[in-house]
Design a protein around this ligand. Structure first.
Ligand code: PLP
Length: 277
């Protein structure tokens, strides 16, 4: 009998985006693409499509506990990745759950707004990310706007990006990756990694596209999987960035607004297969 190789179980705690581009659907697709087994707990049901967010219903703490406890009781969680955590109370609850267990990899993606700019979490939640979750993080993955809001800095220069990164380390994060995908640069997408061993800048060619819905969720999930598989951050980041660039490049062009990525780059994509004759 063939013994199957165990896939690392990676847990996402995030919002549900029914249009499939962001949130837990993007996370679990990414986890499958990276050979991990994705399990998920929903923090909020958002109402949205590729054009805009129409509203949301946040789940209460009891519903969150009742999703998570059976998972913690049953699986060995190799990595946890957090996304949209809508209230301070939810942030504190997730932090307490992480502290009570030894989860080897903790990736905190501090989601504050949707791709098109709607607020997804309240101000207290933003403060709680910094106070409660950042100190537990193996890596935090804010974009420039999120980094500025969380570190309370107006980011206008690369020096400011560095100062914001330092604020995350002072809070106790193991590492911070500030992503520059949203910055106005026609040529490059540049990210800054800072950890105890210093800083590294990662630049990849910018893929010009409106199909960028869920890039933050996808990057953080890819990193959680690669770290769960034992890769170092400095090896994992270029792989995750290349994956995002290809997933944008090959985006399926769905919806009329900010479209989703192609998470399965090499899978069956709906083309009629050649007949064998
Ligand atoms: N999480 C949820 C539930 C969302 O709806 C969104 C954006 O709409 C995000 C996270 C953030 O998306 P992105 O990965 O594009 O930053």
């Amino acid at each position: 009998m063939n013994k199957s190789i165990k896939q690392p179980v990676v847990l996402t705690v995030a919002g549900f985006d029914p249009s499939g581009g962001a949130g837990i659907l993007a996370d679990v697709k990414t986890m499958s693409a990276f050979g991990c087994f994705g399990v998920a707990a929903i923090t909020s049901i958002t109402f949205q499509n590729t054009q805009r967010v129409f509203g949301k219903v946040d789940l209460d703490i009891e519903s969150l506990r009742r999703q998570l406890m059976p998972l913690f009781d049953d699986f060995e969680i190799a990595a946890i990745k957090t996304g949209m955590l809508p209230t301070a109370q939810v942030n504190r609850e997730i932090a307490a759950m992480i502290r009570a267990r030894s989860i080897p990899v903790v990736v905190i993606d501090p989601v504050l707004t949707s791709t098109v700019g709607d607020d997804l979490v309240d101000d207290d939640a933003a403060n709680a990310i910094m106070e409660d979750l950042v100190p537990l993080a193996s890596v935090v993955t804010p974009n420039i706007a999120e980094a500025g809001r969380l570190a309370r800095l107006d980011i206008g220069s690369t020096n400011d990006v560095r100062r914001a990164a330092e604020a995350f380390l002072r809070r106790g994060a193991g590492a911070v990756l500030i992503t520059g995908g949203d910055v106005d640069d026609d040529e490059l997408s540049t990210d800054l990694l800072l950890d105890a061993s210093g800083s590294t800048v990662y630049s990849t060619e910018r893929v010009k596209s409106t199909n960028t819905h869920g890039t933050g969720c996808t990057l953080a999930s890819a990193l959680a999987c690669l770290l769960a598989r034992g890769l170092s951050l400095r090896v994992a980041i270029p792989i995750a960035k290349q994956y995002i660039a290809a997933a944008i490049h090959q985006a399926p062009g769905l919806g009329t607004g900010n479209g989703p990525l192609k998470h399965f780059l090499f899978g069956f994509d709906g083309e009629k297969p050649d007949s064998p004759d």
